[in-house]
Design a protein around this ligand. Sequence first.
Ligand SMILES: [Zn+2]
Length: 458
Amino acid sequence: MADALDYARSNTERFREELFDFLRIPSVSARSEHDGDTEKAARWLAERLRAAGLTSEVIETPGHPVVLGEWRDAGPEAPTVLIYGHYDVQPPEPLDLWTSPPFEPTVREGRIYARGSADDKGQLHMHVKALESWLQGAGTLPINVVVVAEGEEEVGSENLAPFVEKYRERLACDAVVISDSAMFDEGLPSLLFSLRGLAYVEVHVRAAKGDLHSGAYGGAVANPAMALARMLATLHDENGRVTIPGFYDQVKEWDADTRSAIAGLPFDEERFRSGVGAPGLTGEAGFSTLERLWIRPTCEVNGLLSGYTGEGAKTVLPAKAMAKVSFRLVPDQDPKRIARLMEDHLRAVKPEGVAVEVVELHGGNPWRADPSGPLFDAAGRALEQAFGATPVLVGEGGSIPIVGDFERILGAPALLVGFALPGCNMHAPDEWFTIDNYDRGIGALVRLYDELGTSLRG
Ligand SMILES: [Zn+2]
């Protein structure tokens, strides 16, 4: 391993220059005018995997292609690790809020500013360079490797699960490693133990066939805006708990160890509050802010629409009202079941005189890791050596449905080890990634492959 680490250390400048080339390609998956760039990023990545010493191919899908890299010469006894990342990025707009152009990587105060520097080109590139450090520096790797890099993560990964199904034998592995998340704080390496799932519905309430004069009809015909407000107000009780019957039935309680680990994190609640700029924090009674974010399910109104909202007064009795409502879910809640329970609940509390329709938009399953096995132990040792600090276990309030898909289809556990930092502006202007974490992270991954080679050995 010393040779691989030496190689990584003596090539840091070149690695960074190469990363800048990757970041200069505007692979915005959401925009068809960038389809050529997205394709170019895929080919660029496949070429870098070959230069690192893997075989690689660009495999077409109904959407953007998947880049598949492989190296399988560690022998049948050695474990196989699948490394997943994505080479597409979010649109950079609004451009005027960027200090330097989004696709011209610029270093300021130890940070690389560019779209994709943190999410996820920077972190994917670290894996490519860690693989290169082994293969070119040490001439071998302690694990067999399959790299899967998709170009549609930022637009919902629609074609990835079918791809994994189709190639399931070729993608068979002992573990899936993903670097597309953040550390809890600077200098505090982190391993993710959970992701929340998602259920998203649209609620349509209607009464009259068209808008009415609120003087001529108000008081006798139902008002959908009022009806919708009343229905939404029934979704929580005074303790911040969701009141939909059956909502918590499938929630797996968390063990005392996890809860005390969360309580032990260096979390500054006041800094969090002032960071979001709200006058106060609130949520489900009996749970801390981090618990409310990571291990408890939620129900939120994401949007409301009804009646007249233009300038001045218009005395109208609206014909319809609409709300977008989403639920963040925790294991073992099922998105389809939650959407159904929501519909049943709204029908039960619906006031007289209106009709209600619930449309299910989309959903994703929650995920929870078993942090007690050899996978987390191996990652813990690698991170500790690279960062000189004991890694912490953290949750993530957001959703990455593909993690559960990998585990389900391939039957292998996932390890989410990310190197971005809080406040790094993923999806926002001035996205950044620190040079220090890029360099240290490559060292951590070189060590991780080594640790996995030993701990997952059949
Ligand atoms: Zn990402």
